[in-house]
Design a protein around this ligand. Structure first.
Ligand SMILES: [Zn+2]
Ligand SMILES: [Zn+2]
Length: 587
């Protein structure tokens, strides 16, 4: 997932930017000189925007090239590069209660509000804040009200949900680390992840790893002593549990996730994999079928009386119940078992069915890499085409482009296409849907792009009727080809907009506008259930990643998992088609 060098460089600069941002926040909370806070905040943004490694600038004596960095800040940067910390940061931190800065991770709370909460009500951590909100003590404060209380309560709940579950993207990295460790540091013969991770859910409560080994104790020992283990909860010979550290990909905050290791007998491998993959409802349904056939199904196998009938492979377990193997992503007991019995399961989508990614940002807007780098990364993945879709002008936080500047990239795109057979670059736009449903670019500009992805990036709280009309108007625009991240939810951060999606899907189907399954780690929008609704309504879908860096093109695996959860087939998915058919659809 982490690209060589690039992601690491970003992290170092990002770590320093975060630290300066925190200094600015602490100065504000403490009510110190506002200009000093402002200069740290400005420096934080400047460092975040650097394309070069800050350590390299220190080494080359070129810190003065960063805008807004005077000698005092330059000293702090050198201190950080040399020691990995800044003393001044520690001094400020010591003056604040330990849980106070956590309040800043709640949406709607900035340093000025946190200062008021702390000074006036003595609120210094999230739990005390939750109590104050539920006992309605905030609305008396200046700058707060009933509405603020309601918003804060929802933000606290969202944060709690986010803390207790790992993003699928992060779980993928955790699973890769654990499997890699077991395979290189223990005599494990076979190891695989099960659970909701294997079913491709957007978030994962805990990670289940199954293994087979002759020397079980050695595997268990290697597991509990792997790097990043914060706590060993249980360390038995057939089952061990640890809390493993990881950094949340999106906000880079340190987190832990529970990882369970179970070491199975080879003859029970398939039954264990089936059992621990779930879902619970799917398994209850299967046990009912087993019973009706005079069989018993459990995590050790399928039995007639004491006699084992199956268990070594998952296929064998399903076959013993008269069923074909069912893809893990479909195991939610939503009709898949009946379909399987009729032999009518949709053929599950494969990653290799996807022929291109058409939601890709570059450093022309809020991406971190230039056009050429993103195109090269798409080529390395073996794609037949890649669609560049930078932001339109109203997306000011994302450095949106004017139509002229966006279309001026026609020449470099043509040039790349001329010299690189095999991969075609499509010039698109992620064009904002304005609050009335109009598009951010005029029709004359929209028709010049190879495709138009229309997305909501503002006014998330419009009432349902207006929001529905807004989206319907956008997808009915004849130049709009794809509706981007239709619910705009951010997992653990922002609820979906209030919109009648049935009406929007119907409009998409009528207008021939595709609907996006966005695989970005904390979007996954649409999710599997909604994507299935869209298909039922007659919509085509697009799987893409919303990549802002080349390593994020990997998020296609998340979109593919979602498509499998939605029972989509290649024919439903625009970017599983060859380029000619895609062009026809966009045209
Ligand atoms: Zn977007
Ligand atoms: Zn985007």
């Amino acid at each position: 997932m982490a690209g060589p060098g690039l992601r690491r460089r970003a992290v170092t600069n990002q770590a320093l930017a975060n630290l300066f941002r925190e200094i600015a926040d602490m100065l504000d909370i403490l009510g110190e000189d506002p200009f000093r806070a402002l200069s740290y905040a400005r420096a934080s943004r400047a460092i975040e925007g650097l394309t070069e490694d800050v350590a390299g600038l220190v080494a080359a004596g070129r810190l003065s090239e960063i805008p807004g960095i005077g000698s005092a800040l330059a000293d702090k940067i050198r201190e950080f590069v040399e020691t990995g910390a800044v003393g001044f940061h520690g001094e400020l931190r010591a003056r604040l209660p330990s849980g106070l800065l956590d309040l800043l991770s709640i949406r709607g709370l900035g340093p000025k509000k946190v200062r008021v909460l702390w000074q006036d009500l003595g609120i210094a951590d999230v739990e005390t804040l939750r109590q104050a909100v539920t006992s309605r003590r905030l609305r008396r404060l200046k700058g707060f009200g009933e509405k603020t209380e309601a918003n804060l309560l929802r933000a606290i709940e969202l944060r709690a949900e986010g803390e207790s579950r790992a993003l699928l993207w992060d779980a993928r990295a955790v699973v890769a680390r654990v499997l890699d460790h077991l395979r290189t540091h223990s005599p494990v013969e076979r190891a695989e992840a099960a659970g909701s991770f294997r079913r491709g859910r957007e978030t994962v409560g805990d990670v289940d790893i199954l293994a087979i080994a002759k020397d079980r104790a050695a595997v268990s020992r290697a597991f509990v002593s792997m790097p990043g283990v914060r706590e060993v909860v249980a360390a038995g010979e057939t089952k061990a549990t640890v809390l493993l550290e990881y950094a949340d990909y999106v906000d880079e905050r340190p987190r832990t996730v529970q990882v369970d290791l179970r070491i199975l007998e080879a003859r029970s491998w398939g039954a264990g994999l089936q059992y621990f993959t779930g879902s619970k409802d799917h398994n209850v349904h299967l046990r009912g079928i087993a019973q009706s056939m005079g069989l018993k199904l459990n995590e050790y196998g399928v039995f007639r009386g004491e006699e084992p009938v199956a268990g070594e492979t998952e296929e064998g377990v399903y076959a013993a119940l008269g069923l074909p193997w069912i893809p893990p992503e479909m195991r939610e007991d939503e009709g898949e078992i009946d379909l399987a019995r009729e032999g009518a399961l949709p053929k599950p989508l494969k990653g290799s069915d996807v022929k291109g990614d058409i939601h890709v940002h570059t450093d022309a807007t809020d991406g971190t890499e230039p056009l050429e780098a993103m195109v090269d990364a798409a080529r390395r993945r073996g794609y037949a085409y890649v669609g560049i879709s930078d932001h339109s002008v109203s997306a000011t936080v994302a450095f949106g482009l004017t139509a002229d500047r966006a279309l001026a990239r026609r020449d470099p795109v043509r040039e790349i296409n001329a010299r690189s057979p095999g991969l075609t670059v499509l010039l698109g736009t992620e064009c904002d849907i304005l609050d009335g449903g109009a598009m951010d670019y005029p029709d004359e500009a929209l028709r010049e792009f190879d495709f138009v992805l229309a997305s909501v990036h503002s006014k998330f709280t419009l009432p349902r009727k207006e929001m529905t009309a807004r989206l319907v108007a956008a997808v009915e625009n004849p130049h709009v080809d794809v509706l981007g991240h239709p619910t705009t939810r951010l997992i653990g951060r922002r609820d979906p907009i209030d919109v009648d999606l049935a009406e929007v899907f119907a409009a998409c189907s009528r207008a021939g506008t595709a609907v996006e399954v966005n695989g970005y780690p904390n979007r996954m929008d649409l999710d599997g259930r909604l994507a299935r609704e869209a298909k039922k309504a007659g919509c085509r879908l697009v799987l893409d990643t919303d990549s802002h860096a080349s390593a994020e093109l990997d998020a296609m695996a998340l979109a593919v998992a979602t498509a499998r959860r939605a029972w989509l087939t290649p024919d439903d998915i625009v970017n599983a088609w060859p380029l000619e058919r895609v062009r026809e659809f966009f045209g």
